[in-house]
Design a protein around this ligand. Structure first.
Ligand code: GLC
Length: 648
């Protein structure tokens, strides 16, 4: 009945829309395909509320206005993307995540650095949050006080639009965040709530006393136990407790109220029409809360994400969605959608499990925990992809399951303790220089901070002038990156890592940052030092060239596109991570040695190519290698990797 009404309204809406028939037909098709699901999901979440019908028609109005405000340039880009076989799974994409100010200065300065980005080979930028956020309480921009105003620190909206246009003209892609779960306590909605406006108090989870917060606290983990213990903050101005899962100045939005959804969709459409190619939904695990639960990853959080995906897909089908859920391997799969929403929820998720188990393997010289975890990670559906990374702006959590560690023959508690000690400098044999983040004595949990280079041992090797240590740390760093480049998904370099930047301790001098040691791995780029990259004998030169090579190899081989074409192998040596990537006319065998000892790989691994001998091209060294399967072995040195293609 309702569907009938929606479709008859559609013709009327389309008649009133300006624009070419061709574009409008696309919109019509997408609306017809998705409208029942949009309505069902919305009703499941909000149908019981008295104002639900009114707000639903507001959502639809917004959807159609978003479409009519979308520029012809972006509509054409959407159409081109849809012609490709999942544009975002392409081997052509390599990303970099950067802070505008710490990387370059202001937005126009980033524009001036596009040559550098191109020199590296990167064509997809994640600009860390740049909308207005209070300087003294910003959580790196993740506490937004105005979702549409670019923070003066970075420039203005025109600068952002200009940068976006420049990037598109160079064939680059843009990712921005929508910080969906919370606002800054200085956001207009929070200010109005503080001033006593009931409408805006209902935008947040507000409680007159501790009775409900106390009950909820019992089941809710703490995200920042050291710097922001507890999940609620008392607000004197309104004499109420407000839910603040992250920092006390980040108030959780109440998505049980459909007005919040309407308000946030308005911001999402604003970003879509700025030309965002991938929208990073920050902290999606947290967007729905229920008393008596952990308030993370709840079924309605997934429903809400499905609804948002469809509301975006109809008017802006070229904007893919990344769900920034840093959760265990089983839970992450849910973000790609289940049942009839399989591959129709988030297009991307962070491959946090691969990242964390890589660090596990690097510290132990043993990939068995990774192998266990990959059995689950590998279940990702076709038509979705990973953001692969060795480091990002956040801490490293060891969030894989205990049974995976136990199946690898280790004691989960002792093993995690070893990893934390290894990377935080309390294990004497370790060259790593990092620190524990979010240590929680109540449950013994802790994550790890530190830059890629420092965790790989470069900082300590430089301090002790240890030439061999420097070389080993660069090999480790390259090995870590190689896995994210070749295992399937878009590799996202964290700015500075392409130069081997070590920890930056200047954050300790800044009271707005000193409480959060994640700032040690968020460097301010020293461009004089970066210019050393042209000297191939410098550390910067070696590390930069290696990144260029990784990017080039990825772009030149279609087998690296992510079409569910990664087959993991189990070799006898636990030190070796190995997988095969395939495309119609190519097989690429990847072997990565995570240990400090030379390992042997049996040539019989190539049996599936038919009988030997085989000539394969090693893409990293660009040399032909001959294998005489099945009788022999070949050597792989400590922290070395081979990328062997059967296409010569
Ligand atoms: C995400 C961000 C992190 C931030 C948190 C709260 O996890 O990556 O940096 O602290 O959300 O917004």
């Amino acid at each position: 009945m309702l569907r009938h009404r929606l479709l008859s309204e559609l013709d009327l809406r389309l008649k009133n829309l300006k624009g070419s028939e061709d574009f409008k037909n696309g919109l019509k098709e997408r609306f017809i395909a998705n409208s029942s699901d949009i309505e069902d999901l919305y009703n499941d979440l909000y149908g019981h509320l008295p104002n639900s019908k009114k707000l639903f028609s507001q959502l639809l109005d917004q959807l159609f206005s978003a479409y009519s405000e979308r520029s012809v340039e972006l509509k054409t880009r959407d159409k081109d993307k849809l012609k490709e076989d999942y544009w975002f799974c392409s081997e052509q994409l390599t990303g970099m995540s950067l802070y505008v100010d710490r990387f370059a200065g202001k937005l126009p300065d980033v524009e001036k650095k596009l040559d550098y980005i191109e020199e590296l080979g990167v064509n997809f930028l994640h600009l860390m949050p740049l909308f207005e956020s209070p300087k003294d309480a910003s959580d790196g921009g993740y506490a937004v006080s105005d979702f549409k105003k670019v923070d003066e620190r970075f420039g203005n909206l025109k600068d952002l639009q200009h940068l976006g246009t420049q990037m598109r003209s160079k064939g680059m892609y843009l990712m921005l965040d929508i910080i969906l779960n919370h606002t800054s306590d200085r956001h207009e909605w929070a200010q109005k709530a503080k001033a006593g406006e009931k409408k805006y108090q209902d935008f947040y989870y507000c409680y007159p006393d501790r009775s409900i917060p106390d009950l909820m606290e019992y089941h809710m983990p703490e995200v920042f136990p050291e710097s922001a213990p507890g999940n609620f903050t008392f607000i004197h101005e309104m004499n109420q407790w407000v839910m603040s899962v992250f920092h006390s100045y980040q108030w959780d939005l109440n998505f049980k109220n459909p007005e919040v959804l309407v308000a946030m969709m308005d911001n999402i459409y604003f970003y879509a029409n700025l030309g965002v190619d991938i929208l990073r939904i920050d902290a999606p695990a947290f967007i729905w809360k229920e008393q008596g639960t952990s308030c993370q990853g709840l079924p309605n959080a997934h429903k809400l994400l499905q609804l948002i995906k469809l509301l975006v897909e109809v008017p802006a089908p070229g904007m893919a969605i990344l769900g920034e859920a840093i959760v265990g391997p089983h839970q992450i799969l849910e973000y790609f959608g289940k049942g009839r929403f399989t591959a129709h929820q988030c297009d991307f998720a962070y491959n946090a499990t691969q990242m964390a188990t890589q660090w596990d393997a690097l510290a132990t010289g043993d990939t068995r925990v990774m192998r266990e975890a990959m059995k689950v990670v590998d279940l990702k559906p076709l038509g979705t992809s990973w953001i692969n990374y060795s480091r990002c702006h956040d801490d490293i959590g060891l969030g894989y399951d205990d049974y995976m560690i136990a199946n690898a023959g280790k004691d989960p508690n002792l093993h995690r303790k070893y990893l934390k000690d290894y990377y935080s400098g309390s294990f004497s044999g370790s060259p790593s220089k990092g620190a524990l983040f979010g240590a929680n004595p109540k449950n013994n949990d802790a994550r790890i901070s530190g830059s890629l280079a420092s965790l790989c041992g470069l900082e300590s090797a430089l301090e002790s002038n240890d030439e061999k240590g420097i070389k080993t740390s660069i090999d480790k760093l390259t090995l870590m990156q190689a896995q994210s480049f070749f295992s399937g998904g878009i590799p996202l370099i964290f700015y500075g890592d392409e130069l081997g930047t070590t920890n930056d301790y200047s954050y300790l001098e800044d009271p707005s940052k000193s409480y959060d040691n994640r700032w040690m791995h968020r460097p301010i780029i020293d461009w004089d030092q970066a210019s050393k990259r042209s000297n191939i004998n410098s550390i910067e030169g070696v590390v930069f060239e290696r990144h260029q090579r990784l990017i080039r190899i990825r772009k030149e081989n279609k087998a690296f596109a992510d079409h569910k074409n990664t087959h993991w192998l189990t070799l006898n040596s636990p030190a070796i991570c190995s997988f095969i990537r395939t495309s119609e006319d190519q097989s690429v065998f990847c072997f990565l040695n995570y240990s400090n000892e030379t390992q042997q790989i049996p040539e019989s691994v190539f049996n599936n190519l038919g009988k030997g001998p085989h000539q394969l091209k090693e893409l990293w060294s660009n040399q032909l290698m001959e294998f005489k399967s099945p009788l022999n072995y070949f050597d792989i040195k400590p922290y070395q990797f081979y990328i062997l293609s059967n296409k010569i």
